[in-house]
Design a protein around this ligand. Structure first.
Ligand SMILES: [Zn+2]
Ligand SMILES: [Zn+2]
Length: 260
């Protein structure tokens, strides 16, 4: 059975494990190795099961634990060319680990993984689409200012999608962030709002997605119940828990996987 373990998801750190107790992959490693190892243990996943780490981009909330993860495990690091160069130049990957630039698709832990570009303010940024060993499709897509055609294509047809629902626009606009940071987050290369996430969620559910996980919530500019209700409201033509399942990826795992 295909499973995703959203271990950490917020502006403070991101990492998801896809697979099972025998083999799987991590998408990002934005918390310390100690916290990552504890989160895997809480989910009964031995660290030896992690066979590769796929990096979306080089912001610290996605790579802060990468150096120690690679030092302690030597697992391969996958990513896009400019992201990998940036990580190497800033000494974020231990020499213990092979570095593998993403071609069209790679096979790791018995799954086929491909990447798609995401519009975000960094040297390069992507999401991942995963074809599991039992023939299920899922995608992890956070850190994007808007949904491009390429993103839409990559997400369409996935059974499960972990999609960014970063901020409530009113909370962000009236909140305490400095002006330049608000502008950055609101820009087409910033983050995805609850409203924009909801529009895409409706497209995906109409196209056959059944499992939707909202992720990368801002602790300052969002609340799980707000993101949840904005998306649910956009899915009024469908019945929750019948046509689709909707959840919010926890900021830190309490030991729950989503089976899809
Ligand atoms: Zn991020
Ligand atoms: Zn980012």
């Amino acid at each position: 059975m295909a499973r995703i373990y959203p271990l950490f998801s917020s502006s403070k750190g991101n990492s998801s494990f896809i697979g099972n107790e025998n083999a799987g992959i991590l998408i990002d490693c934005g918390v310390s190795f100690r916290r990552l190892a504890a989160a895997l243990e809480l989910n009964c996943i031995p660290i030896e099961a992690v066979q590769g780490v796929f990096i979306t981009h080089e912001h610290s909330d996605h790579v802060s634990g990468l150096k120690m993860l690679t030092k302690n495990t030597g697992i391969p690091v996958y990513g896009q060319k400019r992201t990998l160069k940036q990580l190497c130049d800033s000494d974020k990957i231990s020499p213990c680990s092979p570095i593998i630039e993403m071609p069209a698709a790679v096979v790791c832990a018995g799954m086929e993984i491909s990447c798609f570009n995401t519009p975000h303010d960094t040297v390069q940024s992507c999401g991942y689409r995963i074809h599991t060993a039992d023939d299920k499709l899922c995608a992890v897509c956070t850190d994007l200012g808007h949904v491009t055609k390429e993103v839409d294509r990559a997400l369409t047809g996935c059974k499960l999608v972990l999609l960014e629902s970063n901020y409530d626009e009113d909370m962000l606009r009236t909140g305490s962030y400095p002006f330049y940071l608000k502008e950055r987050i609101l820009s087409p290369n910033g983050h995805l709002s609850n409203d924009d996430c909801a529009v895409q969620a409706a497209r995906l559910i109409a196209a056959g997605t059944t499992h939707l996980l909202l992720g990368h919530l801002s602790p300052e500019n969002n609340r799980p119940h707000i993101a949840d209700s904005v998306v649910e409201n956009a899915l009024k033509g469908f019945t929750r828990n019948k046509d689709y399942l909707l959840g919010v990826a926890p900021m830190e795992t309490k030991g729950e996987a989503v089976i899809f």
